[in-house]
Design a protein around this ligand. Structure first.
Ligand code: FEO
Length: 389
C-alpha cells in the first residue's frame, strides 16, 4: 500500500498484514492486522510517529523512499510491533532523534539496542514545534505497557494513539467510517490487550477528553473519522457496568460435563439470563475474551484429569485471571471419575477476579437427579444475583 494523505503534511504509512493469524503466539487474528506509522511534515521539521513490525520493515522503507529528511522519530510505545523498525529508520536518517517517554527510554535501549545518546525523553504535555505544525505528547500509561503516550496534532485535530483504540484488522480503507464491524474488532482488541488495565483506561479516557480532535489515528487498524463512536464504546467497556450475561468456558471428555453445561445453559435461559458457552478445544479465545468484557458471571466447566481440572480449562482460567474482567460472580461445575481437586485448583487460579463464588456442582460419573437439582439451584442463585446488580 502506498502512503496515503490524511491532510496536507500528514500521511499514513505502514503495513497491512493481511495474512497474519496469530499475535504473541497466542492471540487469534481472524482479520489480520496493520502496523500504522504516520509522517508529519511541518514547514521546518519532519517527524515519523511509530514504525512497523520488523518482518514488514521493507514496506515502510519503500514508502519513505522519497523522504529526504526525518528529524524526529516518535515512539509512542516500545513494543516491537511499533518500535521494531526504529533502528533501521534511525540508521537511514542518521541525524534523527528518537523521542519517547522517560519510561520508554530504558525499554527501547533494552529491547532494541538503540544508543541512549540518540534518545530524548518528553514530559507529559510537552510540545514540539515542526514549524507550522505542533506535536503535543500526553503520557497515557498502560495502553498497553507502562511507558505509553499519545500525540496530539492540534493544527489538524488528529490524536495519534498507538495501541489505544486500536483494532487488529487489515483493510484497504483508510477510515473506519461508521462500519460497526470496526467497533467489533476494536472490542476484541480491547478484550485481549487492554482489559487488564481498565482503571488506567478510565483515567486516560478522562485525560484525553480535555483534548479537541476530529480524528483518532491508532497504530493498528483504520483511522477513526467519527471518534465519538470508539470513545463511547471504550467508556462502556471500561465502565463498572456488567450485563445480564453468564459466560461458560468448558470442556468435556466423556460427556458428563457437557450434559451439565447444556442443562445449565437451558436453566439460565429459562430464567432470562443470556448465556455464551465456549467449548475450549475448538473455541476462538478472542471470542471468549470479548464475552468477558461485559459478563456478570463466569461458570467454569471441567472434567477431572489426574485429580485436577482439564489442562485446557486450566489454561483458559489462567487467561481469564490475567485479563481481569469486571466479573461479579463465579461458579464451578464438572465431573470426576474417582476423586477430584479441580474446584480447589481452579479457585487458586483466579486471585485477580474479584468475584463472589456462587457455588460448585461436581458430579461423580453421570449427572443424576440431584446434579440437575443442584444446577437448577445454581441457576436460581445466578438469576437472583443478576437482578440485584
Ligand atoms: Fe501493538 Fe502493545 O503493541
Amino acid at each position: 500500500m502506498k502512503p496515503r494523505e490524511i491532510c496536507k503534511g500528514v500521511r499514513w504509512m505502514g503495513a497491512l498484514d493481511w495474512n497474519r493469524r496469530l499475535f504473541d503466539s497466542l492471540i487469534p487474528l481472524p482479520d489480520g492486522t496493520s502496523y500504522n506509522a504516520y509522517l508529519i511534515e511541518g514547514s521546518e521539521k519532519t517527524a515519523l510517529i511509530d514504525t512497523v513490525d520488523p518482518p514488514m520493515a521493507e514496506v515502510l522503507t519503500r514508502q519513505l523512499a522519497d523522504v529526504k529528511k526525518i528529524d524526529y522519530i516518535i515512539s509512542q510505545h516500545a513494543e516491537q510491533d511499533h518500535s521494531g523498525t526504529i533502528p533501521l529508520i534511525m540508521e537511514k536518517y542518521s541525524q534523527s532523534i528518537l523521542l519517547c517517554t522517560p519510561k520508554a527510554r530504558d525499554l527501547l535501549v533494552d529491547h532494541l539496542g538503540i544508543p541512549a545518546g540518540r534518545i530524548r525523553t518528553v514530559e507529559d504535555g510537552e510540545t514540539l514545534l515542526l514549524g507550522d505544525k505542533t506535536l503535543q505528547f500526553i503520557h497515557t500509561p498502560w495502553v498497553h505497557w507502562p511507558e505509553t503516550m499519545v500525540t496530539n496534532l492540534p493544527e489538524d485535530r488528529i490524536l495519534f494513539t498507538c495501541d489505544f483504540f486500536g483494532s487488529h484488522i487489515a483493510m484497504s480503507d483508510l477510515y473506519a467510517g461508521d462500519d460497526p464491524y470496526i467497533i467489533e474488532a476494536a472490542k476484541r482488541y480491547y478484550a485481549e490487550i487492554m482489559m487488564p488495565f481498565r482503571t488506567m483506561i478510565q483515567k486516560n479516557l478522562k485525560k484525553i477528553s480535555e483534548i479537541e480532535f476530529d480524528f483518532i489515528a491508532p497504530s493498528h487498524g483504520p483511522v477513526y473519522d467519527h471518534p465519538e463512536d470508539i470513545i463511547s464504546a471504550y467508556e462502556d467497556w471500561a465502565s463498572d457496568k456488567v450485563s445480564n450475561l453468564a459466560v461458560i468456558p468448558y470442556i468435556s471428555m466423556h460427556g458428563s460435563t457437557e450434559t451439565m453445561v447444556n442443562y445449565l445453559v437451558s436453566a439460565l435461559a429459562e430464567r432470562g439470563i443470556t448465556v455464551q458457552k465456549f467449548e475450549l478445544s475448538t473455541t476462538d479465545i478472542g471470542k471468549l475474551a470479548m464475552a468477558l468484557v461485559d459478563a456478570a458471571t463466569i461458570v467454569i466447566g471441567t472434567p477431572t484429569v489426574h485429580v485436577g481440572p482439564h489442562p485446557s480449562v486450566f489454561s483458559a482460567t489462567h487467561l481469564a485471571n490475567a485479563l481481569r474482567p469486571k466479573l461479579k460472580f463465579a461458579a464451578i461445575i464438572g465431573s470426576y471419575g474417582w476423586g477430584t481437586k479441580a474446584v480447589e485448583q481452579i479457585s487458586a487460579l483466579i486471585p485477580n477476579l474479584k468475584v463472589e463464588v456462587l457455588g460448585t456442582v461436581m458430579c461423580k460419573g453421570l449427572p443424576k437427579d440431584e446434579t440437575f437439582a443442584a444446577l437448577d439451584a445454581l441457576a436460581d442463585t445466578i438469576r437472583d444475583k443478576h437482578s440485584s446488580i
